[in-house]
Design a protein. Structure first.
Length: 222
């Protein structure tokens, strides 16, 4: 593994959300195998890289933690792998476009990584990427406006997130005030096309570059 990568990100997403397609698209590669919706296709810890200008970005793909293969061994593999990257910056949480709250699986996965990488400012390092966003037209803009801020609202205000809030409080993790969101259109005939989503990908790259490293002491995770 190359510990000199400028910017390193972890990608979280439920099976079928389009995680591998997103990584293939943003890295303009075909490193991640794309599977049928609903079927986990990522088994091992995998890193895909993209060079933009003079900066290198690494995106760490994660196993389907909601699947039978998402066991403790997989989690430890990710944890150990990330520990080799002093420039680990952020977690990208992939959701489908019209999701108005985090699923139980997403919350469970976040709890896992909050345990692995405790950080008071955890939510300064977590961003939402909405996939399957069919851009263009009034419907897209109206839905996007309706969705903005709903994830934060649900975490802070909905009773079914009470346990998650209590968990964060016990871990001394500040509740989110704002989570940046990005929108990727999964084109059916070109799901991994970089150029089609280039503008949004560049926004993601810029956000990652402006985010400070997440881990202060890498050695303690090895």
């Amino acid at each position: 593994m190359n510990i000199d990568d400028d910017y390193v990100c972890l990608v979280l997403g439920e099976t079928g959300v389009g995680k591998s397609s997103f990584i293939n698209g943003i890295t303009n590669s075909n490193n991640c195998k794309v599977g049928d919706e609903g079927k986990a296709c990522t088994i091992k810890f995998k890193v895909s890289r993209a060079t933009i200008g003079h900066s290198q970005f690494s995106f760490i793909d994660t196993p389907g933690l909601n699947d039978a293969k998402g066991d403790e061994k997989s989690i430890n593999e990710i944890k150990k792998g990330i520990s080799y990257y002093p420039n680990f910056r952020c977690i990208l949480i992939l959701l489908k476009f019209q999701d108005i709250r985090l699923s139980k699986t997403s919350v469970n996965n976040l709890r896992i990584f909050m345990n692995c990488f405790p950080n008071k400012k955890f939510w300064d390092h977590a961003f939402i990427v909405r996939t399957h966003a069919e851009k263009g037209g009034r419907s897209y803009l109206q839905t996007k406006k309706k969705l903005e801020g709903e994830i934060v609202k649900s975490i802070n205000n909905y009773d079914d997130f009470k346990d998650f809030k209590n968990f964060m409080i016990k871990k001394h993790i500040e509740l989110p005030l704002k989570i940046d969101e990005f929108y990727v259109d999964n084109v059916k005939d070109a799901p991994d096309n970089f150029e089609y989503n280039e503008e949004e990908f560049n926004k993601i790259f810029d956000k990652i570059k402006s985010t400070k490293p997440m881990l202060k002491n890498i050695k303690k995770f090895r």
